[in-house]
Design a protein around this ligand. Sequence first.
Ligand SMILES: *Cc1c(COP(=O)(O)O)cnc(C)c1O
Length: 363
Amino acid sequence: MKRVINYSAGPAGIPIEVLEQARDEMLDWNGTGCSVMEVSHRGKEYDALHMETMDLFRELAGMGKDWNVLFTTGGASTQFLMLPMNYLGAGKEADYAVTGNWSKAAVKEAKRYGKISFPANMELEGERFVAIPKQGDLVLNPKAEYFHYTSNNTVEGTEWHYTPDAKGKPLVCDMSSDIFSRPAEFGKHSMIYAGAQKNLGPSGVTVVAIRDDFLAKAHDDLPTMMSYKVFKDKFSMHNTPPCFSIYILNLVLRWLKKNGGLAAMGKVNEAKQKLLYGAIDGSKGFYTGTADKDSRSWMNVDFKLPTAELDDKFVKDAKAAGIVQTKGYRSMGGIRLSAYNAVSLKDVQTTVQFMQDFQQKNS
Ligand SMILES: *Cc1c(COP(=O)(O)O)cnc(C)c1O
């Protein structure tokens, strides 16, 4: 068996210990004589796992009992419509900070349900999204029901390095690509959500955490599967939840806890990004980072080589060296290294060595 160093932007790598445990328990989970995929979601074994997963999430995030953890399906993309469906409607408005491809996608859905205003629209600031706005540049709409932003821009490789102050408005964040990569100020938010497949596990489950006071303001008269209140009241089991994805999520959360939680993860991720950007900045222009330095993402490291041919050769040679999925997003070109939690510091050290060798051979 050969495991590679995997920089997939999503679905992303999963810690090997988690995969090994899932393998070992595949045929007989928890003494049931079945896999976790083959037991009733109404049974006591699955129920215990489900509730424990919600508690573990709250515990790692430092969220109190006033936070509700929901497990939804349809990816983060479905949250793009569920959020405005629950809070907007005729005459309602919301603020959306547009800092990349995914925040644009969120706006596209929100516009169907209300009037959207833009505290910052970084696309207008230049041709591409290379920077995160500063607090002083945010122009807030006093009539907004909430303020939505994307903490990490997966495609463009930029990340908010502060929590925006929404001046008392409920703060909602799409944390899909940097959730639990380091400590975050969850307490300043009213709701956060993340598709699991970057930092939390496999695709198929989306974690939504929503505080009681914000949940109380959600509309009641909604299609059942679109209602946050139904998800809360039924503990995300109105219909069959994505049991296997939640099981892997559970194992990933246990792995995070065992390894010191978000503070320890943050230290590792800080060291990883320092090495990667250090290799870029120390390359005398062979590698060029695409994001503004103060907005650089710790998770998605985007850069370019001197020519598109060298970008292609880099991807090819990296693959031959066991370093895979390094190609940049299709609209971006270049290279993207998505160094999520399952990518170890050692993986990054190996990669930096590869980058230096590649530069030597090709410049
Ligand atoms: C990947 C991603 C999404 C889309 O997630 P799906 O689960 O595929 O819908 C949304 N937002 C961000 C920031 C992402 O990285």
